[in-house]
Design a protein around this ligand. Structure first.
Ligand SMILES: C[S@@+](CC[C@H](N)C(=O)[O-])C[C@H]1O[C@@H](n2cnc3c(N)ncnc32)[C@H](O)[C@@H]1O
Length: 272
């Protein structure tokens, strides 16, 4: 199954970037669960976010199953979707290795092939910034979530370009020249033209996200930093990444209320 909302060159470029990066993806600190400590941190944060199970959980932009596998280990019934077949293929291998049962479906996060009200929760990690149309993405995630369920996302906020952060980034570049680490994250690099199509890339504040969600009827939005994840990930990073200003890891969520359902149904009807 394959559907794309932006079936133009942008979707193709995004898929090509992640196809390139699929093989090495899990080797990069911040991508793969590189140590038991990092995995434990994620399992406990995710378990707390999802609450008591088992629930029907959809992981959008699931990649190689970073969230799907811990969610399935916690007993939830997980469907993992992604636009890039190569990432899903790695996810299938990792799920088999972990001994968990996950349904993998190739799909565009902005045009999901599921009926309304199919899941108790939609989760994602490091996906919101890759969306060319975040409004459409959130609308789809809320559409397939049952009323009373939650849309939960993990992402990063860029730190401001203060003198301290600029100095840290210079130091980081110098350290990289000296230590010459393997660059596993380079393969899925987006070029500048593509980046211009991603409204939520490089955000320093969650306000634009809150503003967008308010338009969709979601006013009770929670976004909070997760120092436990930040520390766990930094503990396995190469020196130059630890020196860089980096980003602030946070978890965002909103409940799919009757108001959200009514708002997205109205805007879908008027778009027809
Ligand atoms: C940074 S990776 C995150 C993967 C995984 N969630 C994780 O935490 O490791 C971004 C993923 O989003 C996927 N992606 C990008 N645009 C997408 C879209 N429109 N629909 C579905 N997946 C998309 C990419 O293929 C890639 O696997």
């Amino acid at each position: 199954m394959s559907t794309t909302s932006n079936g133009d060159h942008i979707a193709d470029e995004i898929r090509a970037a992640w196809t390139h990066g699929a093989e090495d993806y899990d080797l990069d600190a911040g991508h793969g669960l590189l140590t038991p400590g990092v995995e434990d941190a994620w399992i406990s944060v995710l378990a707390a976010a999802l609450g008591e199970g088992p629930k029907d959980v959809l992981d959008v932009g699931a990649g190689t199953g970073f969230l799907s596998i811990p969610a399935a280990k916690a007993g939830h019934r997980v469907t993992a979707t992604d636009i890039t077949p190569a990432m899903l293929e790695r996810g299938r291998e990792r799920a088999a290795h972990a001994g968990v049962d996950i349904t993998f479906v190739e799909a565009d996060a902005m045009d999901l092939p599921f009926p309304d009200d199919s899941f108790d929760a939609v989760i994602s990690r490091h996906v919101l910034w890759t969306m060319t149309d975040p409004r459409r993405a959130f609308s789809e995630w809320a559409r397939v979530t049952r009323t009373g369920g939650d849309v939960i996302w993990f992402d990063g906020l860029a730190k401001p370009g203060s003198p301290v952060n600029r100095a840290r980034n210079l130091l980081s570049r110098a350290a990289k020249l000296v230590t010459r680490p393997e660059d596993h994250a380079h393969a899925h690099h987006y070029d500048e033209e593509l980046v211009e199509h991603l409204p939520f890339r490089g955000l320093q504040s969650t306000q634009p996200i809150r503003d967008l969600l308010a338009e969709l009827g979601a006013t009770d939005v929670s976004c909070r930093a997760v120092p436990r994840l930040q520390h766990a990930e930094e503990s396995v990073m190469d020196l130059h990444k630890r020196l860089a200003a980096g980003s602030i890891r946070y978890i965002g969520r909103f409940e799919v209320t009757p108001t959200v359902k009514a708002t997205i149904a109205t805007s879908r009807a008027s778009a027809k």
